[in-house]
Design a binder for this molecule. Sequence first.
Ligand SMILES: CC(C)(COP(=O)(O)OP(=O)(O)OC[C@H]1O[C@@H](n2cnc3c(N)ncnc32)[C@H](O)[C@@H]1OP(=O)(O)O)[C@@H](O)C(=O)NCCC(=O)NCCS
Length: 226
Amino acid sequence: PPLSLEPLLTYDDKVAGLNLIADSIAQMKQRAAHSMVFHPLCITLLFLTWAAIYRWAYEPATADPSMALLLSCGVTMTYLTAIRYFTDGYVSLAENLRWSWLEGPGSVEGDFIIGARYGGALIGVLVLRLEPRFSFRGGKGVIRAWTTRLRYRGKGIGRDLLDGAIRIVKDRCGKDAEVGFAQEHANSTMILPAMFNGVFRRDEVRAAKVLEKALEEWEASKRKKR
Ligand SMILES: CC(C)(COP(=O)(O)OP(=O)(O)OC[C@H]1O[C@@H](n2cnc3c(N)ncnc32)[C@H](O)[C@@H]1OP(=O)(O)O)[C@@H](O)C(=O)NCCC(=O)NCCS
């Protein structure tokens, strides 16, 4: 079946879009946990604890490692459980993404929600807010959420959504209108200390570059048509 881009207008479609965004926030838990588990500082602390256990609990006289092994397993379980606890906040953040986020302050006509459908199923969504300057002409477009369903990522759907958003902004606000990501976009909340957020910061830089490239290509295609 063909892929289609369309505005999500009905309540049910908007809720489905919101759920997709909430899923992407919940998925940040795994990535945050991964960067904590393998962070050099955490890993070093874990190894030092294992070494201390080996030093104090291993009985060289009897060559019995059972106590050391038991304690090491306990420490490892505590390590993983603590990380799970610290990253659980992403699940709460996802659960708290409500309708009010879509229609919150600053929205003038309500946000545009662009959906990508494949065989009827919603597989991508982009939430766009137009910020007028006196009127929409001369205003700018702010992307508040940009999400593709996990199993469809890396297939160009995200880029199609960005192209759709650029078209709307340029049509409504003028060809020189700026398009950018909101500073507080749906995936911007980081609940862990900064040293564990590198993976998300890198994604934000990547996203800004992809948008820049899409804008350049839009400009080039306009120049060609003239
Ligand atoms: C970001 C996201 C929407 C990209 O969707 P996608 O369908 O995989 O995107 P595409 O296949 O069209 O790839 C478009 C570009 O996005 C880049 N990209 C992939 N994952 C990305 C990510 N997590 N963050 C930023 N950019 C990403 C790709 O490298 C690609 O760039 P390229 O064309 O220069 O190679 C998707 O990874 C996602 O839903 N992530 C979770 C939510 C999120 O982090 N949103 C971004 C908030 S800034």
